[in-house]
Design a protein. Structure first.
Lengths: 234, 359
């Protein structure tokens, strides 16, 4: 069993980095995820289909294409990347932040979908009732809509996290595969499979990967059930 | 407080074009389903923006399309009780009740949570979740929630329509207490004559999106022609009476009214308490002489003041019994046989058992 737990420092870093990247990707995409889901679920405007298509692009396009598009726009010489680097000092290319961005983009459609479905399930007549009690639209959202879509938020967040833990194509294209900097679990496993004698390392990381994803899934189940029981909706 | 509504609004093929004014304690918007009652009340609440028109409550202009004015629902301070309660499923009953308080300026909070909880008898429910309540309990909590926002006007949209008779009987007394013990004017939507007759001080009758009539409950209830065809038999006189005494031997209560004593099945209310009764036109018989050897206990002398053609073979006879008008629905044949004409002295006869409970 020793070979299983005895991780090299580089391997540990890959595990830590993956969790960090996935967590940041999940947390950072929640606010825009809620906003876009809200717009898609409730908005009536020209170009809604287009927006919906854009959000779903990462689901249909090859991840490499997304990675390359990110490189073009968020790279050092890309229009967005150059602007952010110059004005805010935020650099994405070949940094762990870039890995988080790539993971967030790839998990975004899954998150938006889950949240959108739960928003569509909210009874708007209950929101109207809150309005007649004096709550303005912002308060209604915060005290009624948000708590009611909590199970959907949890599902969306976990899906995004799980997607980020497994993201490979877009990440490696955008931020490459630099040990201790941008090497996430999937990249590390990939590297092991490319060198002779790397089987043990690949297997170790694969098992760790399974454990983390399963743990996230179980945690979301427990959380969603607890929230559901608290609400006790018929 | 006066509510003034003058709007026109189109919903697909249906057009609501209504104008009325009411300052009653409890104004009923009455009409069959599809007559535009709910659309109107939703406009007063601010849930629907009318195409054109004006809505005023207590001198405050809520909607004036000509001036481009539309006060959003959360700024109207108008409470609303929906047919389907619409409690917040993720909050306890207590949190539901307190919800509106947050948004009421401290100076304008007049509703006291303990008083409202007592009034509605919902003390034992405070820690429960809405999903664990019965239909009647939900509706009481919904009324309490609306009251605790300290509204200036309370709207009730068929609050009893989705409940069975037992639950209705459970809630009606609370609405009466609300009408009599609080100062909030109420606008009450209903398609049930018995509810309107029992609760309303004023009635606005709606038909096909238009106001067919508007006035005090007693006067409107006698206009059988205003009532929907299937409910016409339910129309009749509405009398405000007081309990004179109870007859425990025969299980009856004797009520005093301007028309004379009226015996009804035993009521569980104290002597002296006000009771509003409805005498359905179809339950009233007419005798030209003081009847003898008759089982009916209520015999009210009076004078015929109106004769109107009714449906089919029926005529509707209005009898003025010392100031209260009782309506009788008899056949044209009986009218001719008895030679009934305006000004004739007659006796209106009503069986005690034809009063079901208080309504």
């Amino acid at each position: 069993m020793n070979w299983l737990l005895d991780l090299t420092p580089d391997e540990w870093n890959a595990v830590r980095l993956s969790i960090k990247v996935a967590t940041v990707a999940m947390v950072a995409s929640l606010p825009p995820g809620i906003l876009i889901a809200l717009v898609l679920a409730r908005g009536q405007f020209w170009g809604k289909t287009l927006l919906n298509g854009l959000v779903h692009l990462p689901l249909i396009l090859p991840p490499v294409v997304i990675g390359y598009l990110l490189l073009l726009s968020f790279g050092r010489r890309g229009p967005v990347g150059a602007f952010l680097a110059e004005h805010f000092g935020i650099v994405f290319s070949f940094r762990w932040t870039g890995a988080a961005l790539a993971c967030a983009v790839m998990g975004f459609p899954l998150m938006v979908r889950a949240i959108r479905l739960s928003i569509e399930a909210v009874d708007r007549r209950i929101e109207a009732a809150a309005g007649t009690l004096g709550a303005n639209p912002l308060w209604v959202f915060g005290t009624i809509t948000l708590p009611l879509i909590l199970p959907g938020l949890i599902t969306g967040a976990i899906l995004s996290f799980a997607k980020a833990m497994g993201e490979f194509g877009a990440t490696i294209t955008f931020v490459s595969n630099i040990p201790n900097q941008t090497q996430t679990l999937p990249s590390a496993i990939y590297t092991f499979t490319q060198v002779p004698g790397g089987d043990a390392g690949a297997l170790r990381l694969t098992l760790i990967s399974i454990v983390i994803s399963m743990a996230a899934l179980v945690a979301s189940e427990v959380l969603a059930r607890r929230v559901g029981r608290r609400m006790d909706i018929e | 407080m006066t509510v003034v509504v003058d709007i026109s609004h189109r919903l697909g093929d249906f057009e609501v074009d209504a104008c009325f004014e009411s300052a009653g304690r409890l104004t009923a918007l009455f009409g069959p389903s599809g007559s535009g009652k709910t659309t109107l009340i939703n406009m007063i609440a601010g849930l629907i923006r009318p195409d054109k028109g004006r809505i005023e409550a207590g001198g405050r202009v809520l909607v004036d399309t000509d001036a481009g004015r539309f006060v959003p629902k959360h700024k109207r301070r108008i409470g609303m009780v929906f047919q389907d309660a619409r409690l917040f499923p993720h909050m306890s009953v207590a949190s539901n009740l307190r919800y509106g308080r947050w948004f009421t300026p401290t100076a304008e909070r007049y509703a006291d949570i303990n008083a409202v909880v007592d009034l509605l008898g919902i003390g034992p429910l405070l820690d429960r979740r809405p999903a664990k309540l019965s239909g009647g309990e939900k509706q009481r909590v919904a009324i309490g929630r609306a009251l605790l926002a300290s509204p200036k006007l309370l709207l009730m949209d068929e609050p009893l329509a989705s409940l069975d008779d037992a639950r209705k009987a459970e809630i009606l007394p609370y609405i009466e207490r609300l009408r009599d013990e609080t100062k909030i004017p109420i606008v009450y939507v209903s398609h049930s004559i018995s509810e309107v007759a029992r609760l309303a001080s004023d009635v606005v009758v709606l038909a096909q999106g238009k106001v067919a009539a508007c006035g005090p409950t007693g006067a409107i209830m006698q206009r059988l022609d205003l009532l929907p065809a299937e409910e016409r038999g339910e129309g009749g006189a509405v009398l405000d009476t007081a309990v004179l005494r109870h007859d425990d031997v025969f299980g009856m209560t004797v009520l005093g009214s301007v028309a004379g004593e009226i015996r009804v099945p035993l009521l569980a209310v104290p002597v002296g308490a006000p009771v509003r009764i409805r005498i359905r036109a179809r339950d009233v018989m007419i005798a030209t002489e003081q009847p003898t050897g008759l089982s009916a206990l209520n015999i009210l002398p009076g004078t015929i003041v109106t004769i109107a053609p009714g449906e089919g073979p029926a005529v509707e006879i209005g009898i003025d019994c010392r100031g209260a008008t009782v309506l009788a629905r008899i056949t044209e044949q009986s009218r001719q046989t008895l030679k009934l004409r305006l000004g004739r002295e007659v006796y209106a006869v009503v069986k005690t058992v034809s009063f079901d409970r208080r309504i």
